[in-house]
Design a protein around this ligand. Structure first.
Ligand SMILES: Nc1ncnc2c1ncn2[C@@H]1O[C@H](COP(=O)(O)OP(=O)(O)OP(=O)(O)O)[C@@H](O)[C@H]1O
Length: 582
């Protein structure tokens, strides 16, 4: 019912929970005093012994008691807010830091949408847990004890005991609900996260769904998922309502029981009218704290379940990153006996040996699915579960800090993400301190400067993922950003696919210029673009099948030779066709 790991998160804010309990107790005592004053007042009227002084005392007591109740409630809420505020911030910070520590491989362990939901709504679910549930848990134990002590001393032990014992029928109900809720809430959250994730994916792929007219089928499957979510939500609500009904029944039956015992004693002349009135007013108060705990309990359980997910995420194993900083202008990369699998059942790379000397232009070719991009990801430190060695200047990749790898290697893929904002925003991601001249030079190099200038300069607005740019412009802007990053090593993974011929030629020119001062690993399907490489590695089924210069590979007359001649033949064929059409 109380999760110690969550409580520990409170740190210094834990005192606010104690303040909450103090304020709740103060309000209860004020209520008891008001009730006692009112009971005395009514008894005095009944016995026609009412004096002016008693009226004044009753009024003053009610006034002071009500003020304590008013301010007590306010201070209780404030302490609750303070307890929650810091915990929410701390948890979000922990999630954020965890994502950073997981590094580029975080997606392998958790979906992005799950992290977003966890840090947003998941953390928000803990609001009630810290803001109300925790203090209520202790208050529900303290309040019946105070009332029991008061009624035992001032009225009758028999009445106090009847009420006190009945209160303890509520916790078993809470326990039963807890057992059912645990199972139900696991299903509820699973369904909730799946629905959120699928909705986002369908939203992202809306254009594709429309093109293939698959949007209706997608909507139908979303409807089905939403319906399942609705059903499980209704089950959770039903469980909550049923348990509240049972707790209500215990509350009213118990309070009536106490009142009946008190009336019986009053009729027998054992207790006075004032004492009977006190029981009448306070009987319900015995049960209300425990009942409130019962209803907060459901929300508290939601918070605990959300916390379980957050803690499971925070406990994910982190890639072991080293302490070393990679600080060199020239970096040699060596892949030695590299073997890797995403899933244990399927080896993707097997005993791969590749040497990338500083300042060299190395190309990686091979049919689709042969493992080229996987090699790029491994060099970037995205996957750490490989066998063999990946060495930078003779030291294993895992000995370096994660950011030091990012500081030294820039990966430009075929579909680099362009962020919503301005051209300047995107360029500054490459180099946060870039000057105007540096940004313009980078744009000039990729032949975008005039285009950008005509549209407001560096403040030209860019829409999400560069949707107001052509494919070629987008890729050239990504290249300009990469140039600003200015790292010793660049990896281009199909950087020229999906772009127009003009952009492709320009990008290749920039890459070749860059090769004069940087180390380049170039991945491409198009063999014409790799011809000038210092060395070409041909991957086949995750193994290096052939390696050498263009001339050496052609002389070998192996797979590379066949692919190259085939591509050349196709190119000649399409050029001839274009010529005929012209
Ligand atoms: N995250 C992943 N989980 C599981 N398998 C994966 C994952 N990413 C890639 N693969 C598999 O690994 C194999 C190699 O993929 P990779 O992307 O490295 O090939 P590639 O040579 O770059 O292909 P292409 O030229 O089409 O980009 C493929 O069979 C692919 O299905």
């Amino acid at each position: 019912m109380i999760k110690m790991r969550l409580v520990r998160l409170l740190q210094g804010a834990g005192k606010n929970i104690i303040y909450q309990i103090i304020w709740q107790t103060a309000v209860l005592i004020a209520q008891i005093v008001i009730v006692q004053a009112l009971a005395n007042f009514i008894a005095a009227i009944r016995q026609e012994e009412l004096l002016g002084q008693q009226i004044a005392v009753t009024l003053i007591t009610i006034l002071i008691g009500s003020s304590i109740c008013f301010f007590g409630h306010r201070l209780y809420s404030r302490a609750g807010y303070r307890a929650t505020r810091d915990v929410k911030r701390l948890l979000r910070q922990k999630i954020y830091e965890k994502v950073l520590r997981l590094g580029p491989s975080y997606k392998e362990q958790s979906k992005s949408i799950a992290i977003v939901q966890m840090a947003g709504e998941g953390v928000e679910q803990l609001e009630t847990y810290f803001g109300q549930y925790l203090s209520q848990f202790f208050y529900a134990l303290i309040a019946p004890l105070i009332l029991f002590a008061y009624l035992s001393f001032t009225v009758s032990v028999k009445v106090a005991l009847t009420l006190y014992v009945t209160v303890w029928l509520i916790p078993p109900v809470i326990m039963i609900v807890m057992i059912v809720a645990k199972k139900l809430l696991s299903k509820y959250f699973k369904s909730y996260y799946n629905l959120g994730g699928n909705f986002l994916e369908k939203l992202r792929g809306m254009t594709t769904l429309k093109i293939y007219q698959a949007d209706e089928a997608a909507a139908a499957s979303m409807d089905e998922e939403a319906e399942n979510f609705r059903k499980i939500t209704m089950k959770v609500l039903l469980m909550q309502l049923n348990s509240i009904s049972v707790m209500d029944a215990i509350t009213y039956v118990g309070a009536c029981g106490g009142i009946i015992v008190a009336l019986h004693l009053f009729a027998a002349g054992t207790i006075s009218l004032a004492e009977a009135i006190v029981v009448l007013f306070l009987a319900l108060e015995f049960f209300l704290p425990m009942r409130a705990l019962g209803s907060l309990f459901h929300i508290g359980m939601n918070g605990i379940k959300a916390a379980d997910r957050i803690f499971a995420f925070l406990d994910l194993p982190e890639p072991t990153t080293g302490e070393k900083e990679l600080m060199a202008d020239r970096i040699a990369i060596e892949l030695q006996h590299l073997t890797f699998a995403y899933e244990p059942s399927r080896t993707i790379l097997q005993d791969v040996n590749i040497t990338i000397a500083p300042g060299s232009f190395i190309s990686l070719v091979g049919v689709s699915g042969s493992g080229k991009s996987t090699i790029a990801s491994l060099i970037m430190g995205k996957h750490r579960t490989y066998n063999g060695q990946i060495k930078f200047n003779g030291t294993e990749l895992s000995d370096y800090t994660c950011h030091s790898i990012m500081d030294n290697i820039t990966l430009v893929g075929s579909n680099s993400w362009i962020f919503q904002g301005t051209v300047r925003d995107n360029l500054l991601q490459g180099k946060a301190t870039a000057t105007l001249a540096e940004m313009e030079k980078a744009l000039e190099e990729v032949n975008l400067l005039n285009f950008v200038r005509e549209r407001g300069g560096l403040d030209m607005p860019v829409m999400t993922n560069g949707s107001n740019l052509s494919g070629g412009q987008k890729q050239r802007l990504a290249l300009a950003r990469a140039l600003l990053h200015d790292t010793p090593v660049y990896i281009f993974d199909e950087a020229t696919s999906n772009v127009d011929v003009e952009s492709e030629t320009l990008i290749m020119q920039v890459i070749h210029q860059l090769a004069a001062r940087k180390t380049i690993l170039f991945i491409s399907h198009k063999l014409a673009n790799v011809a000038g490489s210092d060395k070409i590695y041909l991957l086949q089924n995750g193994k290096v099948a052939e390696a050498g210069t263009q001339a050496e590979l052609m002389e070998l007359q192996g797979t590379y030779y066949k692919l190259f001649t085939e591509q050349k033949r196709l190119l000649r064929f399409s050029t001839t066709k274009e010529g005929e059409q012209a």
